[in-house]
Design a protein around this ligand. Structure first.
Ligand code: FMN
Length: 173
């Protein structure tokens, strides 16, 4: 499948080059689209090297094209990993204020959409975050649940992004 990997600004972004490699090993072609904050936590160069394609991050390219439409048409599946609290909220509300959220709206409804939330356990436990997750689920988004563990913030709890291997498996399920 042609898989578009969306990367938002969670610490688990550092695992996404591994995720790209896992998706490619499973036979998928992968392109990456990241938020500006995502690219503070993983380098565009690393993602380009493992995916074989430049990373899309800028809605306003100077080429006069429309990267959100091109990528949305290209994708047969979209996976957002990690999905931050902020990304989940924006997607739930239908905001389109950067390349990633705009292309989430631009993909056709028949394209499968998966999201792997990842955040501090207090954030994950907030009612407003759970409401956004429930709204997304209600619209057909497949949520790949975060797991329990020692989080990057030092807390123990639920909020860690699912393992890259589990995300690859979820796509095939
Ligand atoms: C080092 C660092 C790690 C972060 N990790 C997370 C995270 O795992 N999950 C999350 O929801 N927000 C996390 N944040 C906060 C987000 O980066 C912030 O909410 C940002 O607005 C998200 O933007 P984006 O969703 O457009 O990428 C982190 C911030 C910093 C500085």
């Amino acid at each position: 499948m042609r898989v578009l990997l969306g990367i938002s600004g969670g610490i688990a972004a550092y695992k996404t080059p591994d995720l790209v490699r896992g998706l490619r090993r499973a036979g998928h072609e992968v392109r990456c689209a990241a938020t500006a904050n995502g690219l503070r936590l993983v380098s565009a160069e690393a993602l380009a090297a493992v995916s074989g394609h430049p990373v899309a991050a800028d809605l306003w390219s100077d080429r006069g094209d429309m990267p959100h439409i091109d990528l949305a048409r290209w994708a047969e599946a979209v996976v957002v990993a990690p999905a931050t609290a902020d990304l989940l909220a924006r997607a739930s509300l239908g905001l389109a204020d950067d390349l990633l959220t705009t292309l989430l709206l631009a993909v056709e409804d028949r394209v499968g959409l998966w999201m792997a939330p990842a955040m501090n356990s207090q954030m994950w436990g907030k009612a407003i975050v759970q409401q956004h997750v429930a709204a997304l689920r209600g619209r057909g988004v497949r949520i790949i649940e975060p797991v329990a563990g020692l989080l990057a913030c030092g807390e123990q709890g639920v909020g860690a992004m699912a393992d890259p291997a589990a995300i690859v498996a979820a796509l095939g399920a």
